[in-house]
Design a protein around this ligand. Structure first.
Ligand code: FES
Length: 204
């Protein structure tokens, strides 16, 4: 199949694209946000199959990430997807933030193992409660913890909620290995981000 820019696009697509881009730039996640809603190389486009994963922060920001860069059951690392063709890092919205952790594969739940690559699991880094960055780590139980209202998520089991007010698990990002480095296998599975007051959980 050709790239998105090679296919005919109707005017309604441009209207929809503009609307979705304005939502994404505000950190508001529509129910379904697809890479095809954005032009190639758009920093707001959500992660798509074959995107590379690069460090979001620190001295190695922008460098591709290998499984070996992550210690086993060590605190999550923040990453962004990178368009494999244009090289554009998709850092135009917080909704594209991804948290990575590496585990012994034998400790992963079956659905999580299916999404993992060399034991590395990836989830949205935006809390499903009111949208804080999920930055904290409980090393004794290997759980993510949100610093705002103390929601906890289990990354070995689909980032299900194990404590606090978060209403649902973090969206999961299936991974694969390309050239020895982490890459995206499929789009996010699950809802990214949180609901604005009055927002329909099944609509925009
Ligand atoms: S924003 Fe994460 S627990 Fe409230």
């Amino acid at each position: 199949m050709g790239r998105a820019q090679d296919r005919p696009v109707c005017a309604c697509r441009y209207k929809r694209r503009g609307f979705l881009k304005s939502l994404a730039s505000l950190g508001i996640a529509p129910r379904f946000l697809l890479a095809d809603d954005f032009a190639d190389g758009d920093a707001l486009a959500p992660p798509a199959a074959d995107d590379r994963l690069v460090f979001a922060l620190g001295e190695r920001a922008g460098e591709r990430i290998a499984p070996e860069d992550l210690g086993v059951a060590m605190q999550q690392v923040f990453a962004y997807p990178q368009d494999p063709v244009s090289g554009q890092i998709r850092d135009g919205t917080r909704l594209n933030q991804v948290v990575l952790v590496r585990f012994d594969e034998a400790t992963l739940a079956s659905a999580t193992l299916e999404r993992a690559a060399d034991g590395v699991v990836a989830y949205s880094g935006v809390c499903s409660h009111t949208g804080c960055d999920v930055t904290d780590w409980l090393g004794d139980v290997a759980h993510f913890k949100c610093p705002c209202h103390e929601s906890e998520f289990d990354p070995r089991d689909a980032a299900r909620v194990v404590g606090g007010p978060a209403p649902w698990q973090l969206a999961a990002l299936p991974l694969k290995i390309v050239d020895g480095k982490l890459a995206v296998a499929r789009a996010f599975e699950g809802r990214v981000g949180f609901l604005q007051p009055g927002q329909d959980p099944f609509g925009l």
